[in-house]
Design a protein around this ligand. Sequence first.
Ligand SMILES: *Cc1c(COP(=O)(O)O)cnc(C)c1O
Length: 381
Amino acid sequence: MAAGQRMRPGRPAWVEVDLTALGANLRLIRADLPAAVRLMHVIKDEAYGAGAIPVARMALTSGVDSFATYTVAEAVALRDAGIEAPILLLGERTALDFDWLCSHRLTPCVGSLEVAAQLEVFAAARDVVLDVHLKINSGMNRYGFSWRAASRWVSQLAEFRHLRLAGALTHFAQSDELDKRFALQQLGRFQEALRVLSDAGLTPGCIHACNSGGFLDLPQAHHDMVRVGILALGVYPSAVCRRIPGLSPVLTVKATITALQELEPGDMVGYGMHFRAESRRRIAVLPIGYGDGYPRVRNEGHALLRGRRVPLVGGVSMDALTVDVTDVPEAALGDEIVLMGRQGEEDITPHELAALKRSVSYDILTNWRARLPRRYLGGAP
Ligand SMILES: *Cc1c(COP(=O)(O)O)cnc(C)c1O
């Protein structure tokens, strides 16, 4: 059985995870980076739905140096699976997390003097020195020490003898749009704060700022490491950022036709009677719905059948959706339909699905629910 799969009942709807494509993408990303720049793979939220453990195993054979997760539980699951590489915890920690940092060798980001002081007390009581990455808020205004007040917090940080500044980072609010003015302003603020740090004799080991968008479009911001998430899945963070030839999508969402209905003119489909057939139509039913993460749309969107686009008709229900297959007369029970990904010459991208719910591709990727089985292709040797 492939990596990460446990025996459980199958389902005629699933997410295919092409680990071979993931490995190839990561090698292309690695090859695009200067040799001195390290590659951190951000695998929070189950590697954006692909499955963190099989993804991490593949990544370690494909040029990745370290990982980032958001929650301690995500990081602990990786450790329990035998992943030894460094793991950075994004976001901000609370006292709930502190014991786990030591027991599982996890590196937190620290973004306030209050949390830094709590960590200092914790580490001093155990007589250990904790590695931390200093998060600098350069304009995102989510986590981090404010760039404006650097001289104030830097002097206090220098007092904490049980925290070692293994790194310093910032995060861009907008790195994947054509307009890079704010990103460049953030970069300037970050570098200013780093100067204040170094003037105070503090030299964080690893400086990093870039997510996928920054990696692609802001080479001047690469510093010592980039933090790449979505791009490893072969999905660009936006339509306008630089392209790397050869990246291919890792995730494909598929289902097989489990029922067919013949409609007469005037017949309806689904809840709320939102689709009425104007002529004789043939409808295929797929056993996947908004309860699996498909956007809850009605009479919008497409799926791929035998290499052709077929329109969704009626509303998406929790466990099923319906497509009009009248124009594909050979459609039959058991036919494989692609809801996200490629089939033949056609492609339904996460961006296309995101437009249906006025959201972003990240939301589409991470929204495929756990009840949709993951089927892995390829895998780490
Ligand atoms: C999620 C995240 C990333 C990765 O972003 P992508 O756009 O998926 O590459 C990098 N850094 C931080 C702080 C993040 O939260």
